[in-house]
Design a protein around this ligand. Structure first.
Ligand code: ADP
Length: 647
């Protein structure tokens, strides 16, 4: 009921309230009136009856005294004038009925003996017994009975009147409601309509009309104020969203520009390194010079490699941030990778600084699904840091061991065991303070500036290493007891079951040994390079290695040279070594063109070394993509591989 009343329209509620209020007032008034009537009627009836009883009693004393029943009946018959008296009787002193009215009324209608004096209401009658006294003696009793019908008739009339008044009041209430509704519910309904329009149309410019200054008027005003405020805030919100979208677009554009800039920068930085590195490679191959200045040559090579690594790190971190670093994973033994990194990147520096390097390798599971070059990069970073941050005379201990746990990754190990390979690199160096511990894995963050600046670096090695290891499903942690207390950096990698060993594979394939070239073949090389120094150096190195080199500086020249040689059977080029950014086009276009008319294996040389650059070179048809500065050994191996496969 409460719920249905709550849901009833205001107009009906108003009508109901008026009806109930007026009905209740009428009911109270009617009840009071009727009660008053009943009480007054009864009181006056009782008084009348008492007077009648007195009169009849005093008139009938003689009849009783002389036992004259006839005269007593005559006295009683006078009551016929009193229409409310229905019956009456006179009892003698013995309590016997002496006379009765009406005379023909059956005796059974009367009480056989008089009842105690007094008056009482019995059903629809009022009965009265009173003594008849002669001087001070009771000589009989008078009994009177009056009907209350007249009273009920009056009550019925009052009831009827009340009903008529109530009906009139209801009609009045309906009329009143219609008038009041306009004043009370209409503004509320209007307000509700405006609210619906606002919420459906999201139009905050509409306003409700204020009809007065009462509570509804105040409500309308507050509602309009609220709309004004919502309107203002939504306009402000839209403006700020717009600003944000354009703060975002600019940031994206700036980000793209930055990526682009980094790629170009690295290209431009790498290119001049190539001729220097090639010259060093050439000088290293000259035994006389190499014996004379081995340290100087090594120093030049190391510094160029460090610089190239810094450039690579910058590119890598951009790739990681953009989620563009891709892994080429294969199952490999991690141990040789680590040993190679130690020999190549640690041994020399450790020797120079007189660092004691010890290794403890206690592993059974050493294979993991990794990208070898990325893994080498991680080892290189960590070993380089250990050497860099440990003062001369310190110690570096490398521990490699397994952790077996069922709950780690059951799908990765034997017999449901999750086996991890842990490589721990511990040093006695400058240590890491607790406050720096949380920062050192962030890109471009270094430990205490005053100390680490001395050692150089960009603060990228750990960030890149952690990203690479996490991409392999592993983790990197750093521990240190504090400044100058040394550090321990640990890598945890999930292992995979050991595959058939290389030796076993070789035994299975004895022809492979026969196929291996003992001496590199003399090749006719088409070198396409527009950077003069690089071209000269590569030309020298390739010629020195016994190859016949023809040089072109543009795509057009290269095409012409290939076409010309195609007409000289036995004199076609065996291999194309081409830079990618050429003055009149790209090395990719050249490779694609040649593929249709004069297919020739190719090696791409580029200052761009991101995963997508390498993929683009492969898609264009190159067999290898070598990033500048060109490592001569790498180029030599690549040429050799192509030469073998071409035989
Ligand atoms: P970078 O070596 O170029 O500074 P990294 O990202 O490799 O950058 O290292 C970040 C910082 O972590 C270093 O600057 C150094 O403060 C701290 N750190 C890394 N390895 C070690 C270590 N073995 N001993 C002490 N501090 C280290």
């Amino acid at each position: 009921m409460a719920i249905s009343l709550r849901d009833t329209p205001i107009k009906r509620k108003l009508m109901l309230v008026i009806l109930l209020a007026s009905g209740f007032a009428l009911f109270l008034m009617g009840s009071a009136l009727i009660t008053y009537e009943v009480i007054t009627f009864r009181r006056s009836l009782a008084v009348n009856m008492r007077v009648l009883a007195e009169i009849i009693g005093s008139n009938s004393t003689a009849s009783l005294a002389f036992k004259d029943a006839k005269s007593a009946r005559e006295i009683l018959s006078a009551l016929s004038a009193e229409h409310q008296i229905t019956s009456a009787a006179i009892y003698d002193s013995n309590g016997q009925i002496f006379a009765r009215f009406p005379t023909d009324a059956p005796l059974t209608d009367f009480s056989l003996t008089p009842q105690p004096d007094g008056q009482r209401f019995q059903g629809a009658h009022l009965e009265m017994f009173r003594p008849i006294m002669l001087e001070k003696n009771r000589i009989g009793t008078i009994y009177l009975q009056a009907a209350l019908a007249a009273m009920y008739a009056r009550i019925a009339v009052y009831g009827g009147l009340l009903l008529i008044v109530t009906a009139c009041a209801a009609l009045g209430a309906i009329a009143l409601t219609t008038t009041l509704q306009k004043r009370i519910s209409q503004p509320i309904l209007e307000l509700a309509n405006v609210a619906t329009a606002v919420s459906e149309g999201q139009d905050y410019s509409v306003r409700a009309t204020k009809h007065g200054t009462d509570e509804i008027g105040q409500l309308t005003e507050s509602f309009n104020q609220m709309l004004t405020r919502i309107d203002e805030s939504s306009t402000a919100l839209m403006a700020s969203e717009e600003r944000l979208r354009s703060a975002l677009e600019e940031a994206e554009a700036a980000n793209k520009a930055k990526d682009n800039f980094l790629a170009i920068l690295s290209h431009e930085l790498r290119t001049p390194l190539t001729p220097v590195l090639s010259t060093v490679a050439m000088l290293e191959e000259d035994s006389e010079i190499h014996t004379r200045i081995p340290r100087e040559l090594e120093m030049i090579r190391r510094n160029i490699e460090v610089e190239a690594r810094l450039i690579d790190d910058l590119l890598d971190v951009t790739g990681i941030i953009r989620g563009k670093m891709e892994l080429r994973r294969q199952i490999v033994d991690i141990r040789p990778l680590l040993e190679h990194a130690m020999q190549n990147y640690c041994a020399e520096e450790a020797g120079r600084k007189k660092l004691r390097v010890s290794t403890e390798i206690t592993v059974s599971e050493t294979h993991a699904l990794v990208d070898t070059s990325r893994m080498t990069q991680v080892f290189w970073n960590l070993l380089q840091n250990a050497c860099k941050f440990t003062p001369p005379g310190g110690a570096i201990s490398i521990r490699v061991y397994n952790e077996f746990a069922r709950e780690i990754a059951p799908e990765l190990g034997h017999d449901g065991l999750g086996t991890k390979l842990i490589v721990e690199i511990k040093d006695t160096g400058i240590g890491i303070s607790p406050e720096n511990m949380s920062r050192i894995f962030n890109a471009f963050e270094q430990g205490e500036r005053s100390r680490t600046r001395v050692f150089g670096g960009l603060g990228l090695g750990l960030a890149i290493s952690r990203a690479i290891i996490e991409m392999h499903g592993g983790s990197v942690t750093a521990e240190s007891e504090g400044t100058d207390k040394g550090s321990t950096i640990a890598i945890r990698l999930p292992t995979v079951p050991t595959p058939a060993t290389k030796r076993e594979k070789k035994q299975e394939d004895p022809a492979a040994a026969k196929r291996a070239p003992s001496k590199p073949r003399r090749l006719r090389v088409l070198l396409v390079e527009d950077h003069l120094d690089t071209a000269n150096q590569l030309n020298r190195l390739l010629s020195h290695a016994g190859h016949e080199v023809t040089w072109a500086a543009t795509v057009r020249e290269a095409r012409e040279l290939v076409s010309a040689r195609a007409n000289q059977p036995g004199n076609e080029f065996n291999i194309l070594i081409s830079d990618l950014g050429l003055p009149d086009g790209s090395g990719h276009d050249l490779m694609r063109d040649l593929a249709s008319d004069h297919p020739i294996p190719g090696i791409a040389l580029s200052g761009y070394g991101m995963t997508e650059d390498i993929q683009n070179s492969m898609a264009a048809g190159f067999s290898r993509h070598i990033t500048k500065p060109v490592d001569w050994q790498e180029l030599k191996t690549a040429i050799q591989k192509i030469a073998v496969s071409e035989t």
